[in-house]
Design a protein around this ligand. Structure first.
Ligand SMILES: Cc1cc2nc3c(=O)[nH]c(=O)nc-3n(C[C@H](O)[C@H](O)[C@H](O)COP(=O)(O)OP(=O)(O)OC[C@H]3O[C@@H](n4cnc5c(N)ncnc54)[C@H](O)[C@@H]3O)c2cc1C
Length: 387
């Protein structure tokens, strides 16, 4: 696909691939086994200057958009899905800050991110509203020149490891109605933040997801992103496209990893009674071809959707919704198929394919979930409003 990618993205991708192969992939099994935050991966990416992927060049960033996010996310996930998820959530948070940054946000967040000294992340989901991540119930109250925040966010990736958190709350105005909400920055270490125990996920075990209680947290009013009640704009214009493309890239990279394992196994598994390898078996040849076809189609859809998003094509939303729903389906299907091809050597505790299959299962339930994405996509195809 290199011929379709701008040189700047190919360069970033090659750098990421080098780091992934040397530093990130060798630690993936350990990250999963110990369910530990992939600090080494995040610091490696920071040292290589990759935290500012979406920060404007004038602040020292790469000023890249959705296509770069798809490609870089896919490349990291090819080595470690948890690391890709942690990096992805940082990138989505960065894109949200960048969208309407004030000089205060530029100095406090964007410059340190471009300087590779600051990790941010997205904390939207709440227990009460679950998959409906665009309906926060966390309260925001304006008191003199600061906001007081009360509520609880759950499943916060990079939980307790990021320097700042992009959160959503009900707008502070007394007249604010349900769905009228705001987006603001909460800094790590603010008094009143209490972290629940790390969530022991079935897969994506290194993402360090955990719930974040916000008990009377005082936040400067300057930390508000955009105007009060701007959140719908943020959710559908920034969070959704960046998050969906980041996740689609992650799950396609993960699928590629499973396919690589299967291809390698098929080539190298020898039968002593016949001298054949699995590569000589037509059923395996057929299965392998089917997996490759599916993956190439999904990658094509992802890159096209990301490119359309970057150029502001008016059909981009549909494509982006489809790309993430498709990538989640693909990752589960390819991991399942790869496991069938690899037989008993893969179907065991702690095999790489077992880990990938567990990681892949998060794709469907991460918001916007596959169910919601397909419903939204169907609605758009029928000229109905998204929600
Ligand atoms: C590994 C991982 C990392 C995460 N990281 C983050 C993060 O960094 N930040 C963050 O904010 N959140 C994060 N989340 C949360 C995630 O994005 C979802 O919001 C959350 O998992 C869904 O909430 P729930 O489990 O309560 O699902 P529920 O709301 O209980 O939904 C259960 C199922 O019902 C379906 N469903 C519900 N309502 C409808 C409907 N109206 N139509 C069709 N189907 C419906 C859903 O699609 C879903 O499949 C993470 C989740 C995971 C698994």
């Amino acid at each position: 696909m290199d011929e379709f990618l701008p040189e700047s993205i190919v360069k970033l991708r090659d750098l990421t691939r080098e780091l992934t192969e040397a530093e990130i992939s060798p630690r993936a099994a350990q990250v999963d086994k110990n369910a530990c935050w992939p600090q080494h991966s995040m610091y490696t990416l920071a040292d290589a200057g990759l935290l500012g992927l979406h920060v404007p060049k004038r602040f020292g960033g790469h000023e890249q958009g959705l296509l770069a996010l798809a490609v870089i996310g896919e490349t990291i996930a090819n080595g470690c899905s948890s690391s890709a998820l942690c990096y992805a959530m940082h990138c989505v948070g960065t894109a949200v800050i960048t969208a309407k940054a004030t000089p205060y946000h530029e100095d406090k967040y964007l410059k340190p991110i471009a300087d590779n000294q600051h990790i941010t992340t997205l904390a939207l989901s709440e227990l009460g509203t679950g998959a409906h991540f665009y309906v926060p119930q966390t309260k925001l109250q304006l008191q003199e020149n600061e906001f007081i925040v009360n509520g609880k966010k759950q499943f916060v990736t990079n939980g307790n490891h990021a320097n700042s958190y992009v959160i959503s709350t009900v707008a502070s105005s007394q007249k604010a109605e349900e769905g009228d909400f705001s987006c603001l920055m909460v800094d790590q270490g603010s008094e009143g933040i209490i972290w629940d125990e790390p969530w022991q996920g079935f897969g994506m075990r290194g993402n360090s997801s955990r719930a974040m209680q916000l008990n009377n947290v005082h936040v400067p009013t300057e930390n508000l992103l955009g105007e009060e009640g701007d959140q719908i704009w943020y959710t559908f214009e920034v969070v959704a496209p960046y998050f969906l493309i980041a996740m689609a890239g992650t799950y396609i990279g993960l699928a590629q990893s499973a396919l690589d394992i299967a291809t390698n196994h098929i080539k190298n598994r020898h039968y002593s009674h016949s001298g054949e390898t699995l590569a000589d078996v037509p059923t395996l040849q057929y299965r392998l071809a089917e997996m490759h076809i599916a993956l190439q189609k999904s990658r094509g859809l992802l890159y096209r959707a990301a490119y359309m998003g970057d150029i502001g094509d008016n059909q981009a939303t549909k494509m982006i919704l489809m790309a993430k729903a498709d990538a989640a389906d693909l990752a589960v299907n390819i991991c399942n198929e790869a496991m069938t091809c690899c037989g008993g050597s893969a179907y065991r505790e702690n095999s790489d394919l077992t880990r990938l299959l567990r990681d892949a299962r998060a794709g469907h339930i991460m918001s916007p979930t596959t169910d919601l994405l397909k419903i939204w996509c169907g609605r758009l195809l029928l000229d109905l409003p998204l929600i």
